[in-house]
Write a protein that binds this ligand. Structure first.
Ligand code: NAG
Length: 145
């Protein structure tokens, strides 16, 4: 009988003390402000001052509008992660008649990798695709055109 009571107390202790410890660890991520950067690194034959890359980014609840980008423009915004970690910002890029959909911030994919460098997700739009970097020095073509 004493054994059962002891076991029960241990289980209660685990649930009360250890579970919240894990929950808090996860919730820490909810207070972080993530920065999303998208840079226009496309080549251009157009005269300087002519915007030729267009970006349209949205989340399920926010429309960031159509953004016209000059060469080397950096477009950025911030977001936090919601409690259910369903935060998602997706964009369409338009360039020379081409269109590419990409996910600029997805909580479950980016919550850790975008903490590496100043809590930033960095994207670079190039002529062969949309590149991602978590450290602002190594780049990977994540969304070819
Ligand atoms: C990434 O590096 C470039 C070149 O050094 C710099 O201009 C830019 O500000 C950096 N990006 C971020 C988000 O810090």
């Amino acid at each position: 009988m004493a054994k059962i009571k002891e076991t029960f107390l241990v289980v209660v202790a685990l649930v009360c003390f250890l579970y919240p410890a894990f929950a808090v660890k996860k919730e820490d991520l909810l207070f972080i402000k993530y920065h999303i950067h998208i840079t226009n690194d496309l080549p251009s034959d157009l005269p300087p001052g002519v915007p030729y890359l267009e970006l349209h980014c949205k989340s399920k609840t926010k429309d960031l509008g159509l953004k016209k980008m000059l060469r080397h423009d950096d477009y950025s915004w911030d977001t936090k992660i919601n409690y259910w970690r369903t935060t998602l910002f997706f964009c369409n890029a338009f360039w020379e008649g081409k269109q590419r959909y990409f996910e600029a911030f997805k909580a479950t994919r980016d919550e850790h990798r975008c903490r590496v460098y100043h809590n930033s997700c960095m994207w670079s739009v190039r002529d062969d695709g949309i590149y991602f970097s978590k450290d602002n020095s190594t780049w990977k073509n994540a969304y070819p055109w």
